[in-house]
Design a protein around this ligand. Sequence first.
Ligand SMILES: Nc1ncnc2c1ncn2[C@@H]1O[C@H](COP(=O)(O)OP(=O)(O)OP(=O)(O)O)[C@@H](O)[C@H]1O
Ligand SMILES: [Zn+2]
Length: 479
Amino acid sequence: MTSGTPLNLYNTLTRTKEPFVPLDAENVRMYVCGPTVYDFAHIGNARPVIVFDLLFRLLRHTYGANHVTYVRNITDVDDKINARAARDFPALPLNEAIRRVTEKTGQQYAADVKALGTLEPTYQPRATDFVLPRPDGKPDMVSLIERLIANGHAYAANGEVLFDVKSMPDYGQLSGRNLEDNLAGARIAVDAHKKNPADFVLWKQSSAEEPGWESPWGRGRPGWHIECSAMSAAYLGEVFDIHGGGLDLIFPHHENEIAQSRCAHGTHEMARVWMHNGFLQVEGQKMSKSLGNFVTINDLLETGTMGGHAWHGDVLRLAMLMTHYREPIDFSVKRLEEAETKLRDWQRAARGAELANDDAPDASVIAELADDLNFHRASVVLDAIAKKANRDDARASHCLAATLSFLGFSLDSLLTSDDGWEEPPHIATAIENRLAALNARDFAKADTIRNELSEQGISLMDYKDPETGERKTKWESKR
Ligand SMILES: Nc1ncnc2c1ncn2[C@@H]1O[C@H](COP(=O)(O)OP(=O)(O)OP(=O)(O)O)[C@@H](O)[C@H]1O
Ligand SMILES: [Zn+2]
């Protein structure tokens, strides 16, 4: 069942790269914090989606496709959503307006991430389905909060329920912040009802105009962190293997998830391995909605916002993976162009291979990815396989196709005219003319044609057809 390549993953909690040992190899469990659905996702938001999709694929390869459970939630209750609903649908009752915003944004998100070559997670729960106790008895936010109060880890004050950080002696392990650091930055005056300025909200009151649920603490709505504690427990249990998200989530979101889950369940850990992707940046700054320096996934897929034309989702995927997931990325047109050239070369080299469902990806590529998702080194291996394939090695071509497909790339997205590319007819004609010249032993003419193409960035490779012995020529664009 397992492929045998041991995985090593960097764990934010221990700040080291460690061998990955699942709690249960029959069911490897991963949770990744998903989007808040109030607006188009930007390409910074696409980074964790792509990075953890690659990890999902690697886990499925290693432990078997039916032995991995991947949960990515959808945050559909948030004050940013309320504000957007009121702005976009002022004539509708708020609840109806919110439903419109989250439905539309959720559908857009699903379409965007599909275009990036990602597999659907096993479950994509919505926060609003986990606020109140459920008929199926799965963990929910209100029950978790009640348990935290009963255990002495939370208290009600001023219509809110707050987590009591002092009740957890090792609070702050993930981010390395101790309570004193947090206290120093807090604004005491605003938070007079808190026992401790670092205490965070589990539940807050809703006004008549705000979305709310009837709870033991009156009509209100949950804080952000508690939703992930509820949904991860609902699908993955009290302790699971991997929890992921972007760097910005380490504090306070993940720190607080850990506090809630551990204190509610009485466990000494929530997830074994905590993984965080680096930021996608624009001129050295994190791409973010609040800074206004963002480009949406949809802009890139469908408009000429960057570079004057639309880009295939495969190109965005490769552009994202070319840099190690923990490093920052400066996103640029140049990066997209490099990714496009590279992927097109791989697709050309893999052309013609016919894949069966169980075709295995290349073992060396897997080994590189198993080392904390080292995609860069995996891509060097792919280049070498492509080179072999270009020497008319059908096995290499087949292996390349199987590996590209495992990595989530289509095999022909850049080779069809629909996708904005087709073999320029003049190349085919030039190659024909050159072969004719060679067969007529007119080597001067053949060389002239080769040089002309070379000036256009096209290099030629001659080979003998293994069956007929006939002279043939392949080409590739030079990097
Ligand atoms: N610039 C970025 N680079 C990498 N990951 C990011 C970036 N911005 C957000 N993320 C990640 O995207 C995921 C979805 O986050 P969320 O929907 O909360 O984004 P957001 O908070 O709306 O974005 P923003 O920071 O622009 O307001 C999270 O895992 C977050 O860490
Ligand atoms: Zn979360």
